[in-house]
Design a protein. Structure first.
Length: 269
């Protein structure tokens, strides 16, 4: 990756296969409307100039394509952050990243603004975006806050949710194990959030799910220093998802409390 405009030989921060790719007057005969074009009579009755949309009408296809590109860039940048390709403390400019992705700077800048809102990067005026540096204390604080939110919710759900609904989450727990088995940090991060999100969604509280997901993402960005997460650590963390489901199905509150507490004080999930 590049810091500002330096480090030309570094590897691009995107997931393989995603990028790059680099008037009035004489009367005229009536024309049949083309695809997506309203007849002239309807346009006249609408009382607005051509091309002007009313609230609630579909946006132009160009905007849809741009949103799709921004989403792909956002996913690629998140993968690069989790994998450590975007190094904590370094500054990356939108034009340089855009050149590596084969797109303009605009969707990169928009994606980076979203990451800034999530706390993954910081805006550096006239330079770009600095990847946030996160030390052990901040990670411990995030784990503590997540535990304060999720532990009581899971204990309440363990008392009220029937066993068959917990069993339906088994594929999500299995996905974390599969990602951990091959040491895929990005896939593990995604499947880990999906599992926790599905558990909390059973509470029916959408605000709770949104807040918990934001905290979860913040906890997944790699710290500024320290050893790379080992596959064994991921496997141990993933196995806790499976054990937690078993305890939830059995409504064993003591085991649920112990597992969730251990899960948050552990390294990966």
């Amino acid at each position: 990756m590049e810091q500002g405009s330096a480090h030309d030989g570094a590897r691009p921060a995107y997931a393989p296969g995603v990028f790059p790719r680099t008037e009035a007057g004489a009367r005229v005969p009536a024309q049949a409307p083309g695809p997506g074009r309203a007849p002239a009579s309807e346009r006249a009755r609408s009382g607005r100039p051509r091309g002007e949309s009313l609230p609630g009408e579909p946006t132009a296809r160009r905007a849809v394509r741009r949103h799709s590109v921004r989403g792909q860039i956002l996913d690629a940048l998140r993968t690069a952050l989790v994998d450590g390709e975007l190094a904590p403390g370094r500054v990356y400019s939108a034009p340089v990243l855009g050149a590596r992705f084969g797109v303009s700077a605009t969707p990169v800048r928009e994606a980076m603004q979203q990451l800034a809102a999530e706390g993954a990067v910081e805006v550096v005026p006239n330079r770009g975006f600095r990847v946030s540096e996160r030390g052990p204390r901040e990670l411990a604080e995030l784990a503590q806050v997540r535990a304060l939110i999720e532990v009581p919710v899971m204990l309440d759900l363990a008392r009220t949710v029937p066993a068959h609904r917990w069993s339906a989450l088994r594929p999500l727990a299995d996905a974390t194990v599969a990602a951990a088995a091959v040491g895929d940090l990005a896939a593990y991060a995604e499947s880990d959030r999906a599992f926790h999100g599905a558990v909390l969604a059973l509470s029916g509280n959408g605000q709770l799910v949104a807040v918990a997901e934001e905290l979860h993402r913040r906890a997944q960005w790699p710290p500024v220093s320290g050893p790379v997460t080992r596959r064994a650590d991921l496997l141990a963390d993933a196995s806790e998802h499976t054990a937690l489901l078993d305890a939830l199905v059995a409504q064993d509150l003591a085991v649920v409390r112990a597992l969730v507490g251990e899960h948050f004080t552990g390294a990966a999930g």
